[in-house]
Design a protein around this ligand. Sequence first.
Ligand code: GTP
Ligand code: SPV
Ligand code: MN
Length: 624
Amino acid sequence: MAYDVNAAPDLAALETSLDDAGLKNPSVREYVRYWAGITGAERVEVIGASDNARLISESLEAGEILPAGQGRYYARSYVKDTARSEERTIVATANPGDKGVYNNWRPASEMRPLLEKLMSGASAGKTMYVIPYLMAPPGSPLEPYAVGVELTDHRTVALHMIRMARCGVEHVNNLAEPSRFVRGVHVTGDLANLGQGTPADKRYFVTFADERTILHFGSSYGGNALLGKIAHGLRQAAYDGWASGEFLAEQFMLIGITDKQSGRTWHICGGFPSASGKTNLAMMLAPDSLGDRYHVEFYGDDIAWLRVDPKDGKIYAINPEFGVFGVAKDTNEETNPTALRSVGPDTGVLFTNVAYNELTQDVWWEGRTPEPPADLTGWRDWTGQLISERSAEEQDKPWAHPNSRFTTSLTNVPNIAPDFEVRTGVPIDAIIFGGRTRDREPLVRAITDLAEGVYDGLTLGAEATFAAEGVDGQLRYDPMSMRPFMSYPEGAYAAHWLKIIGAASDQPIFAHVNWFQRDPDDGHFLWPGYRENLRPLLWLLRLRDREVQGVQTPVGIVPTKDELDLDGVDIRPEDLDKILSIDTDRWTAEMAHREAHLAQFDGLPEEIWAAHRRVAAALAATTG
Ligand code: GTP
Ligand code: SPV
Ligand code: MN
């Protein structure tokens, strides 16, 4: 039967399908009706985690996904749709006062009609999947902010959602306030005709933060399409946390470190910009020489929500997600054996845009093994091209897309914390920030003052692509690793941090870490990184417990060589000296960039400026 976009959707069939799925919430039903009408979807289908096996079969049958060994699957996204698009991502509200430096604010009154127009009839002939979900461990005090319903016209996106969030009608059927859920609509659009990256770009990824509505048009990739993750879990939640005054939502990993000798567990959360090692850190195995004593537990690798419990004055963190959307590149037995276990047979893992062998159903990506498979038979790159048919000039192109990823549920992660679903979240001992910085930033510097810790987060930077273009030593600042996800003005954001964390009677220790310092001559990493990263973290926890003193510098406390347990670490003595010292001249130069960076933010709290001036004065006192 031909579908007529101008015809009303079959309302009787729609109601029957909602009834059959047991979807009782009248507000959700109303919302589904509204968007079925706009998008013109041919049919709607309510799904949850229990539909996974059936959806997998249907997707295999339709050729949308391919088998990648036992209980593992593979998909390719459209060639021009392989990553988040920051410039097409917008926060829209009714209040111009919500405009910040990074949130790309636009009036909701302008964006709403635009999105409705783009989405009109755009799902014609397709199924609209209705996915009720919860971005929190069940029973969390933050649950009222965690309920959402995504509508998507893409079956592979539905499979991602089932892996990344807790999905099912039970999350919306008995709400105290039935209309209180985040409304997320994802319409793929005609990917071949959207003008991606051109002036005529038709993609829009809009969070209507004060309406708790997310409308994303023109992609089926990652955070552009699975709306529970960064659109709800970060942008919307950060806005809600600020508007309610109750919590923070941050692009943070969250881990536990257990001392098996004493039985004690500490919890650390922290922000690193995208592709800077959050997943690696969260999946870390203790180095061999420490493995008998310490164990690292995974809570989360990309998002944490933080609140203070007034009863005990502690900060508690939850990971709102249910899965990992991890970078495949460079994941191997050395760098992240835990990740490889998480994507093994029968995990239901979904690989996206890695290389695929259609004969053996194997997958491969750059860094999986030192060399690509020698026998090219059956291997296709992430675009679907046979490697054996590559022309001479195509030989050097990567087999996998650099942003190729694996999607797997938390229950597949071998070092998942036994209490990862604890209702309250876990108490936080330390908050760390880290970027890719090739010089200046030492291995670790600890900060014991709240305003200086927040100041440090706000001045977090990732390595200078600029450096290559000639602006030497200048960072791309990424405040708290939230630059792409910021939903309200930065000055208010800083004030909200001071207020939330300031309410804790048990203050966390802050630290800035850097695994990425390099030798200026030959470019080698000065610190071996990966598993060894546990050592500076253990030092930090000892500092918090006053078991070590470190050395006070103008920019924080750094470890002495003796305090850092280096048993079994392969590092040159001169490299160690370098990563434990402060280059005062480089730091002094950095302070001017920081001042210009912070000056962009209206209403930045005076405490943050005071922290900046204290650090500047301490540096000036050392240089004389
Ligand atoms: P998103 O999922 O994009 O938010 O990123 P993420 O922070 O989770 O990134 P991920 O853990 O996937 O970072 C991957 C990159 O960081 C890979 O290229 C890793 O090899 C590299 N990496 C992680 N830890 C280390 C380390 O200790 N040393 C060095 N040199 N590289 C590291
Ligand atoms: C990131 O880019 O920081 C991610 C992947 O974690 S995505 O969900 O696509 O944003
Ligand atoms: Mn991320």
